[in-house]
Design a protein around this ligand. Sequence first.
Ligand code: GAL
Length: 653
Amino acid sequence: MMLGICYYPEHWPKSQWAQDAKEMRELGLTYVRIAEFAWSRLEPSQGTFTFEWLDEAIETLAAEGLKVIMCTPTATPPKWLIDAYPDILAVDVNTGLVRGFGSRRHYDFSSEDYRREAMRISDVVAQRYGSHPAVVGWQTDNELACHDTTPSASDSALAAFQGWCEQRYGTIEKLNEAWGNVFWSMEYPDFQSIDVPYFAVTEVNPSHSLAYRRFSSDQVIRFHDEMVSIIRKHAPGRFVTHNFIPMSDTQTDNYALAKDLDFSSFDNYPLGRTDLFFADEDTEQFKRYMRTGHPDFSSYYFDQTRGLSQKNFWIMEQQPGPVNWAVHNPRPEPGMIALWSWVAFAHGADTVCYFRWRQAAFAQEQMHAGLKRVDNSPSAAYPEVQQVKAELDQLNINLNDPLHYRVAIVSTTTNQWVSEIEQQGQSYRHEKVEFEYYNALRLLGLNVAFVSPEHSLTDYDLVVVPTMPIISDAFIKNCEATDATIVFGPRTGSKTDEFQYPRNLGPGKLQSLLPAKVLSVETLRGDIQEKLNFNGEQFHSNRWREELLPGDNCEVVARYEDESPAVVKSGNLYYVGTLSCSDFLTNLLGKLAVEKGIATHILNEDVRTVERGDYRFIFNYAGTPVRVDAFADADFVIGSHELDAYGYAIAKR
Ligand code: GAL
């Protein structure tokens, strides 16, 4: 397990580089990621290359024994390139305006000019550094699709979409039927007349929107796959990774994006994300965790990242202090930088890199902390990184073993898209629904794997499908092939592959395994709660309620107050036709886990545990010390079952 840093030599005078490198070595860092935004300094005008400074920067880092992660600089095409090929700029799908130069990610995945130029610079950089002894790995681009850059309403995107439709549907009649275009006289006479699904007077056809999302995601994947193959050609034996952000933000199928990578990486900004997730509605949660991040936030994304490649992952960027981009930007509590680092290792990270070495003295991110301040003094994070390094050295434990998983969540991007396109009730948020199930499993002390619907389920004992409106045949086969208990959340099977209502009603295809029908659906304001009876106890249903008709062999597991069924089961399959309070999920999932012989630990809401290899990690997100009696007699290698405020402990299992 290693530590690393994101570094921008081009932002600092050369005279500072050697000292920086020396201090990085002294801090115990192994990796330095560089050059992901350096295009204008590598190629100041078309075909004129100025690599000498980067050569020197790499040599300076290598002289201190540091290993370099090189990037393709394609997230920031320089001004001369935009001026030469204005079609590189994407068109905003909300306003219809061209998204301008002056920040980053100002490119359209459908621009053929950009694709060619991006691959050209990738080729040049990969040729130059592919077999450089100090360059041990590669990062593609930077946070692909961040800042809502997956879809574009440009002419090139539209033309590519029309071609994509022709490929998918074959004839315009088939497309019209698949999308139900007879409704509101939306039928298209030919592929060339198809529009982008934006700027209409009122709701656009959800089938059209889903097709556009699928297409836009495919464009990102095509672009990325080509880049990966260029790097591989020139960089034998080096790993290739990408620094992902969550699928909810990329609007891209991250599983597909990850398929050609050696492993996936994640950029971890727990405070910024807690702010964005809770600020609008659940301000209590935000206030409580504003300086720690929600206890499940980082790990929710770590477990997803691990699921992308089904292997250990990297944290390519970790928040070192206040960021500049959330609605509010609090500082982390003392100890959190170290705690977050250990949470990452515990959930399967092999390396944690911090963003960034020194706070920028200029431009957009000057209010974003680094490990060092602008005057080069160490920031509050610095001693915490020293602490993590000392603990890693002291422990010298082998954590290469895989995590122990008996529980999995099945997630997909397509289903997120469906719920976003057809929200049906304002209080239904896809990511929140999935997070609620994850949170319940983590409060039970369970390690949670994330898998795609195509992934076999035979290794797990409890599988949770928080929502899956569109079910593939492959997924049905995977369900048939496992003895696991499977819990499906509301909306499962509620749409066909082309976003139509299944003629056999929800849960559509799932009826072949679980004979129940969804007769109707209602959505409610987030602050309305209704009684939900389960296992002799009373809980709450809220936001989303389905009217269920249990078929033959179906048992009713939970009921609404009027006795109508809210959760039904058939064999090893459970269908939950409502959203609920979190106590209900913890009770239901806890009971099902115990029935499968999975040990659960009911945790204090600020405490989390996770197992990796032979070790169990315990984390305290509270500002007060806590005793975790369940592990009182464990064999601790760091700390004890009495955790400090924002403290952690590591025990042998
Ligand atoms: C990341 C991005 C970095 C930097 C950072 C600031 O999303 O990859 O380049 O902008 O955010 O928090």
